[in-house]
Design a binder for this molecule. Structure first.
Ligand code: SAM
Length: 217
């Protein structure tokens, strides 16, 4: 990481590049000495303002958390915020989540993926930009430990149908809420910044929870 970028951060800089993770020998090494339990990880993809991730990490200081966000502005803001907190159990990766899944995470290394309010890309010609795709879901499944979970939230009814179709068809994933495709409320989760905005507008929610069952390969 360049010196110029690092001096922006008023304290410890918890950002890490995909290359640095690979050079270190994986996230287990990145977190060694920082947390009691470096693996399996909890990963939030597209953490936005980061309040959800910070809440999780504060509640479980022994657990290693990885936040992935491709917005440089949001990553820098989050790094600055983390530098002022006492948390030592979050690593931030400024990258496309697809690239982190492919290049920085290893199979059976993640206990939980959180995907909160991913961009819905409503126009049909943009659907290929949606994060939830057959390949992404397959990779997520392989990265999960057996019994690990994928938790997705969206306010967008069309994206909810798309997510349902992709997750229900994914080999190795089991719907925790079956026979329902999703729940409109779940009690055991904190809210995110987008969720609070959408709640204020009276939008309806779709919360998915899937677990890795046997043999996703
Ligand atoms: C609609 S916002 C939701 C933010 C946050 N999860 C929340 O619920 O408040 C989507 C976030 O995902 C990020 N994002 C979108 N696509 C991404 C990708 N492929 N990889 C990493 N981050 C992504 C965006 O920069 C944005 O911060």
């Amino acid at each position: 990481m360049s010196r110029t970028v690092k001096t922006d951060i008023p304290g410890e800089d918890w950002r890490v590049t995909i290359e640095a993770v690979r050079e270190a020998g994986g996230f287990e090494k990145v977190f060694a000495g920082r947390v009691a339990k470096p693996l399996p990880l909890v990963v939030e993809l597209g953490y936005g303002r980061g309040e959800f991730l910070i809440g999780l990490a504060e509640a479980h200081p022994e657990q290693a958390y990885v936040g992935v966000e491709y917005s440089s502005k949001r990553t820098t803001k989050m790094a600055r915020r983390l530098a002022k907190l006492e948390l030592r159990n979050i690593a931030l990766v400024e990258a496309r989540a697809e690239d982190v899944l492919r290049d920085a995470l290893t199979d059976e290394s993640v206990a939980c993926f959180w995907l909160n309010f991913p961009d819905p890309w409503p126009k049909a010609r943009h659907h290929r930009r949606r994060f939830v795709q057959k390949e992404t879901v397959a990779r997520i499944t392989r990265r999960l430990v057996p019994g690990g979970s994928l938790r997705v939230a969206t306010d967008d009814p069309d994206y909810a149908e798309w997510i349902d179709a992709h997750l229900a068809a994914a080999p190795g994933l089991v719907n925790v809420y079956a026979p329902d495709p999703w729940r409109s409320e779940v009690s055991d989760r904190a809210t995110t910044a987008y969720e609070e905005m959408w709640r204020a507008e009276g939008r309806r929610f779709h919360f998915f929870e899937y677990q890795r069952g046997p043999d996703p390969k």
